[in-house]
Each structure stands twice: as structure tokens, then as C-alpha cells.
Design a protein around this ligand. Structure first.
Ligand SMILES: [Zn+2]
Ligand SMILES: [Zn+2]
Ligand SMILES: [Zn+2]
Ligand SMILES: [Zn+2]
Length: 306
């Protein structure tokens, strides 16, 4: 018997390390540069005014610069900063074991209130992400998520079954009801980071996975007759095209018919099923000859932004 179990289908889709969000200092440096460039261009008052107006309309801000450096959630007043300017929200600051040292740069010294950022956050109004679907609401950046969670103008989310005409949204509850009641798909509730087993039966299956934060996922088991492997995929049911947030680990081992082990870790695709199941979402395959009636795969989901 082979000492080392063969490994297949190990695909790892690493997410690039998120860029450090610039702090207030970086923002201010950018503004100063823009001011200097405008001054060097010279010209009369009229032209300067025109230029100012043009830039006011063009000025955009990557909104994630307004996220807390610790929890990556939108900052809301009161905001605190280290001596260098690294920002932190008040709830993260309260949880720091040592607030006399910056969590981001380790510089010694207490955090202080950052009144300028409080002002920026208080004065800023951002449109709802569903503006293109008719929502006219503008909120402060930190209230954006709260509004969008219940916004009635969310992008519709469809059903992956091609002959099913269902569309709904924005609530995950609408989809859950449709998947469980109209299709009768089985479901599994899970906690992030904790492994759970999914039994592999002798038929295609759609299984609804429900995260302990309410996020919905669909796990598909496909036994194509022409293929010698069973394909597994997991997608996140999300109406909006958002940054990938979840990773999934699938593993399978069999020591009955053969000494076999395979594991795959991958980024979970988010989809609204517009046009059906997204292509190339199969990230794990197991040879049919390794499966028997008691087989199951081990699944672990991770929320990478939590
Ligand atoms: Zn925070
Ligand atoms: Zn710092
Ligand atoms: Zn809205
Ligand atoms: Zn359906």
C-alpha cells in the first residue's frame, strides 16, 4: 500500500494581500499635492474657478480609506488615531489589550481623537449601491451597509435552475424559502471555521449551506454519467457583485477501497445566478471509484473579512 496518499485537485486561489488603507495623513498628502499642482498651473481667477468646479465634480475617494484598520468596518465617529495617523474605531480601541501602542505600526503613545476624520465622516453622503436600480437614498458611509441590508431596490437574485423563473431579493430569507420549499433542497447550518460533513449520495444534489451570520451558499454535487469523477462546488448567494469574502476548504479521504486523500482550498464565488450557475465554479473533484454509500466530504467555510 502506498505510504503517501495521492493528492489531486489541489487548487489554491490565494487572495492578494489587501493594500493598507491610507490614513488621514496619506489623504492630506494627496490633497496637498493636488493643491500644489493647481497652483503651479497658474491662470486667472476665472480659470481657477473653472478648474476647481471641474475637480470638485471629478473628485472621488476610494471609500475603503474610511475603514477601521483593525476590523475593516466603516469608521463611525468618534474616530481615534495613533501618533502617525493610523485610524481605529472606538469599539476596536475599547477591545485593544494595550491602547498605549498602535495596533498597526506598534508605535508607543496613546491613541487620540481624530476630529478631522469625524468631520469628514459627518459631512460625507454616499449614494446607495442600488442607485442604478432606482434607490435615491444617500447616507453617511458608516450607515450605508445598514441601509443596503434592507434596501428595497436591491439587484434581483435568480435561481440557478435554468427552467425555474424565480427572481427575488434582497433578503436572503426569500431565497432560503424558495430553495427549501419550492425545490425541497436539503440544508446544513454551519459555523465559520468549524468543519462539517456532507454525505455524497448516488445522485446530483443541491444543498443549501447557511452560515451563522445568515449568509447563504449553494453546494452542488454533480455526478456526470460520462465522467469518472464527482464534482463539487460552492457559491455564495449574494445579489451584488462584491469583494470575495469567503474561503472554502473541501477534503475527502478514503481508506476502504483505496488509500486516497484530496484537499482543496478556494475562494468562494459570489453570484446572483444571472444566467444560471457561474462557469468554472467546480473546485473539487473525487474519483467515483473512491466513493461508497457512506462517503462524505469534509467542508470548512471561512469568513476572511471577519
Ligand atoms: Zn474597528
Ligand atoms: Zn500607528
Ligand atoms: Zn437603497
Ligand atoms: Zn428555483
Amino acid at each position: 500500500m502506498a505510504a503517501t496518499p495521492p493528492q489531486i485537485a489541489h487548487r489554491s486561489y490565494g487572495r492578494a494581500q489587501a493594500a493598507r488603507p491610507p490614513g488621514v495623513q496619506d489623504l492630506l498628502r494627496g490633497e496637498a499635492k493636488q493643491r500644489a499642482a493647481a497652483a503651479s498651473r497658474g491662470g486667472g481667477n476665472g480659470r481657477r474657478h473653472e478648474e476647481r468646479c471641474r475637480r470638485r465634480h471629478q473628485r472621488t475617494l476610494e471609500l475603503d480609506v474610511l475603514d477601521c484598520a483593525v476590523c475593516w468596518q466603516a469608521l463611525c465617529p468618534p474616530v481615534f488615531q495613533c501618533a502617525v495617523g493610523h485610524l481605529i474605531c472606538s469599539s476596536c480601541l475599547a477591545k485593544l489589550p494595550n491602547r498605549k501602542k498602535c495596533y498597526t505600526c506598534s508605535r508607543k503613545g496613546d491613541y487620540n481623537r481624530c476630529y478631522s476624520m469625524d468631520k469628514v465622516l459627518g459631512s460625507m453622503q454616499v449614494p446607495c449601491s442600488n442607485a442604478r436600480y432606482g434607490c435615491t437614498v444617500k447616507t453617511s458611509y458608516h450607515q450605508k451597509q445598514e441601509h443596503e441590508a434592507t434596501c428595497p431596490h436591491d439587484e434581483p437574485c435568480f435561481c440557478p435552475v435554468s427552467c425555474c423563473g424565480f427572481s427575488g431579493g434582497p433578503a436572503a430569507a426569500t431565497h432560503l424559502r424558495h430553495f427549501l420549499t419550492d425545490h425541497g433542497w436539503p440544508s446544513t447550518e454551519f459555523s465559520y471555521g468549524a468543519s462539517f460533513d456532507v454525505a455524497v449520495r448516488d445522485e446530483d444534489e443541491m444543498r443549501v449551506l447557511i452560515g451563522d451570520d445568515g449568509h447563504l451558499f449553494l453546494l452542488t454535487v454533480a455526478l456526470k454519467p460520462s465522467s469518472c469523477v464527482v464534482d463539487f462546488s460552492v457559491v455564495c448567494v449574494r445579489p451584488r457583485d462584491v469583494e470575495p469574502k469567503f474561503r472554502c476548504i473541501m477534503a475527502f479521504g478514503s481508506w476502504k477501497n483505496s488509500n486516497y486523500y484530496a484537499r482543496s482550498e478556494f475562494q468562494v464565488t459570489s453570484t446572483a445566478f444571472f444566467g444560471g450557475m457561474p462557469p468554472e465554479c467546480v473546485m473539487f473533484s473525487v474519483p467515483k471509484l473512491c466513493l461508497d454509500k457512506d462517503s462524505s466530504i469534509h467542508v470548512t467555510m471561512h469568513n476572511t473579512l471577519a
